[in-house]
Design a protein around this ligand. Structure first.
Ligand SMILES: [Ca+2]
Ligand SMILES: [Ca+2]
Length: 204
């Protein structure tokens, strides 16, 4: 009986951990825009001209420490665009092979600390300023690209005539968060303590 009891608690902890991991990142929509050009990065299902795109920023809302990984998925820029993970100081470049990733350990809630750069010195900061006519768009959520599912896929629009004109394929990244091992451990201990205290309560 006891064994089943503890196995249930551990299973509940793991389930909770998995659901928290999925819920660690949230895209905050601040505007919308319409695709006026084709999305030309290979490996994506068709994203038709005329469909709407959410514009905004990606927040960390998880607890504990989580490793956030940014993966380069391709580009259709006529400029040299870049992605900067400002927390680790690492960058993704157009010269990197598709699938190249950088990561950093995040423990502070709020906008993730990254930016896109295009046309030299023209930035779109996640949760901060966007230089004129640049924007960060949501391409997909829990999206399968190649053989990998990313929590979020983001596309940068580097210099369209206006925010209403674009394709959000000028630098495309996949973003996923995974809890650090000690965060899982804390969670399992927490669930265990809740189970223990429930068990101590007298039956009425
Ligand atoms: Ca395009
Ligand atoms: Ca483009």
């Amino acid at each position: 009986m006891k064994k089943i009891y503890y196995a249930t608690i551990v299973a509940a902890g793991l389930l909770l951990g998995a659901s928290f991991a999925n819920a660690a990142l949230v895209f905050v929509e601040t505007d919308t825009a319409k695709r006026t050009e084709a999305f030309d990065v290979p490996g994506f299902a068709t994203l038709p001209v005329g469909s709407m795109v959410s514009l905004g920023h990606l927040d960390f809302t998880g607890f504990g420490s989580q490793t956030v990984t940014y993966t380069y998925l391709g580009q259709e820029s006529t400029f040299k665009d870049e992605f900067h993970d400002l927390l680790s100081g690492h960058q993704l470049l157009e010269s990197n092979p598709v699938g190249t990733s950088v990561s950093s350990v995040v423990s502070v809630t709020g906008p993730l600390s990254f930016e896109f750069e295009g046309t030299v010195g023209k930035f779109a900061i996640n949760g901060g300023d966007w230089d004129k006519n640049t924007s960060i768009g949501l391409i997909g959520t829990n999206m399968l690209v190649g053989s990998v599912v990313y929590d979020y896929v983001l596309g940068y629009n580097d210099s369209a005539g206006s925010k209403k004109l674009g394709d959000w394929d000028d630098f495309v990244i996949g973003v996923s968060a995974v809890p650090e091992p000690e965060t899982y451990a804390m969670l399992i201990i927490g669930v265990g303590l809740i189970g223990f205290s429930l068990r101590k309560q007298p039956v009425r």
